[in-house]
Design a protein around this ligand. Structure first.
Ligand code: SAM
Length: 250
């Protein structure tokens, strides 16, 4: 996903994978940052990317094979129940996964367990709604019109993006030297249609919208287009979006 790349680079710069290290990437999707890390640790390193979705794992495996990236495996696995022994990785990463996890605190404890002593964790999530502007263009109308699920819960991509939220979660899981940094990148789209194609159809947001009644879907999409108009210029649509990068050590 082109739009997520700058946040991935922010993450890699802080986690700093080194040659021959081993890494586990949680909620890897179609394989990032697992693939970038595999290149950095080299053929004598080891990288495992996991995702809950078999479909994502198959896709990531195919892409890695096409790109001939050695030392990289993708597995379908629940990040709350990691099927690895204690102390088996130097690095754990996750790019835009923690705000989706059902029990992120359980995932953090599992990440702590599988890391070697002094192992590093690096996570990126979206910032709060008012700062993750590009994402909020669609999420705000989703929250306005969509119904909560049967438990009354309405997931939003801004969970854990507030100041200190992720660092506290990691400290509670046993991590030390927690650090939080906020970085804003500009997301550029040719027009509203491209925004919808990439950021809505190409992410789990699209699936959530399709679960709504057609009349609600229509309202959400109209609200999104209205929000995007504010960011329109001769160069297309350019919207800032803040990410939160958190690192810590075991
Ligand atoms: C926004 S994508 C991020 C993918 C990739 N890391 C990237 O940055 O491009 C989040 C991933 O989390 C996975 N996922 C969704 N719900 C999950 C859950 N409850 N627990 C674990 N993973 C989940 C999805 O299959 C999806 O691949």
């Amino acid at each position: 996903m082109r739009l997520f790349e700058p946040y991935g680079f922010d993450l890699l710069a802080r986690v700093n994978p080194k040659i021959r290290e081993s890494a586990l990437d949680l909620a890897t999707g179609i394989g990032e940052p697992a693939m970038s890390i595999a290149r950095m640790v080299g053929p004598e390193g080891r990288v495992v990317g996991i995702d809950l979705s078999e479909q994502m794992v198959e896709l990531a495996t195919r892409i890695a094979k096409e790109r001939r990236i050695p030392g990289l495996t993708f597995l379908a696995m629940d990040p709350e129940k990691l099927e690895f022994p204690d102390e088996s990785f130097d690095i754990v990463t996750s790019r835009f996964g923690f705000h989706i996890f059902t029990h992120p605190e359980t995932v953090a404890k599992e990440a702590h367990r599988v890391l070697r002593p002094r192992g590093r964790i690096g996570i990126v999530v979206w910032s709060t709604a008012e700062k993750a502007t590009a994402l909020n263009a669609v999420v705000a109308p989703m929250l306005e019109f969509a119904e909560p699920d049967e438990t009354g819960y309405r997931p939003k991509p801004f969970e854990l993006g507030g100041p200190g939220e992720l660092t506290t979660l990691l400290a509670d899981a046993g991590f030390v030297e927690t650090q939080e940094e906020r970085r804003t990148h500009t997301m550029a789209f040719k027009d509203e249609d491209e925004y919808l194609e990439i950021l809505v159809e190409g992410t789990p947001l699209g699936r959530s919208i399709k679960g709504e009644d057609p009349s609600v879907q229509k309202k959400i999409l109209a609200g999104t287009r209205a929000n995007l108009r504010k960011w329109k210029s001769r160069k297309g649509i350019q919207i800032p979006c803040e990410g939160v990068i958190v690192t810590a050590t075991k």
